[in-house]
Ligand binder design. Structure first.
Ligand code: NAD
Length: 273
């Protein structure tokens, strides 16, 4: 293992750094998974909506390490929320990936207007009890959404996967997660490269002799977040993994904190349905 590990609130452990499969073409997914695992990744972030769960499964079957060593996440898409639908959606995902169980199943978006995320959460609790999923969590949940599912069920998600990068630092959600033992996982961690030229990133990159992307990924790790950059190139996969042999100083972390701009690259969870 080259990366750190994070303890989950259900007693399990997950790698801190992984890679994501969003927009990875279905016919390249098996190769990307195999190359990622060969490079040293042990966490893979998939989703039903990415349309490449079959490739994910094919890649897992073709990899050089035992299946148990790779932590596999996938997600329930918005139109599959609800008690009955979610059960079907999870079974279909397992069928496409070709596994009896995934490590982590997330609700992809809260979709507040649909009014079904609580029911969906209850479905995931039942599926966990049946062993179809080892751990359960959420994605794009706001503080109020988290309070609702925790308040109604008493079951705290192990993780909330949210948009997080130097221009959207999510301080309020991170503080809530820390109080409740929820891992923060950062999506679009590189923020579409919009901070690559920012002075605090360039200065840290020059000091440690790393790329802007590596500095930003290291920043996520030092915040205590799990992070899942995406690259389809072998060189990019290797570069993004190579962030455990240096550290940012407190002053560098503080300088990066000033880049907060409240700027999303993706949809707002309050209105995305
Ligand atoms: P990312 O921040 O990982 O950026 C990917 C882009 O950065 C690609 O264009 C890639 O070529 C480029 N890149 C990667 N490594 C680089 C490097 N070292 N130097 C320069 N450029 C580099 O963003 P993403 O793909 O949007 O997000 C990562 C993952 O997060 C996704 O693959 C997916 O698994 C997950 N995600 C989840 C949600 C959600 O709603 N839960 C939404 C978006 C993404």
């Amino acid at each position: 293992m080259t990366d750190g590990r994070l303890a989950l609130n259900d007693g399990r452990v997950m790698p801190q750094l992984g890679f994501g499969l969003w927009q990875v073409p279905a016919d390249q997914t098996a190769r990307v998974v195999r190359e990622g695992v060969a490079a040293g990744y042990r966490l893979i972030d998939g989703a039903a909506i990415y349309g490449n769960e079959e490739g994910l499964g094919e890649g897992l079957r073709g990899m050089a390490v035992p299946r148990e060593q790779v932590f596999v996440t996938t997600k329930v898409w918005n139109d599959r929320q609800g008690m009955v639908e979610t059960r079907r959606a999870v079974e279909e995902s397992l069928g496409r990936i070709g596994l009896p169980q995934v490590d982590l199943m997330l609700i992809h978006w809260p979709c507040p207007e649909r009014g079904k995320f609580l029911e969906t959460w209850k479905a995931l609790i039942a599926l966990r009890e049946e062993g179809k999923v080892a751990s359960i969590g959420v994605s794009n949940f706001r503080v109020s959404d988290l309070e609702r599912i925790i308040g109604e069920t008493g079951v705290v998600p192990v993780l909330n996967q949210i948009e997080l990068h130097p221009r959207l630092q999510q301080a309020e959600l991170r503080a809530f997660h820390a109080r409740h033992g929820i891992v923060t996982q950062s999506w679009t961690p590189l923020g579409q490269g919009k901070s690559f030229e920012a002075a605090p990133i360039r200065a840290a990159a020059a000091r440690v002799g790393k790329s802007p992307a590596q500095v930003i990924l290291r920043w996520h790790v030092q915040l205590g977040c799990s992070v899942i950059p995406r690259s389809t190139r072998a060189a990019g996969l290797a570069e993004n993994l190579d962030i455990f042999d240096f550290a940012l100083t407190e002053a560098e972390m503080a300088a990066i904190a000033t880049l907060e701009a409240g700027e999303r690259t993706g949809p707002d969870p309050a209105s995305f349905n």
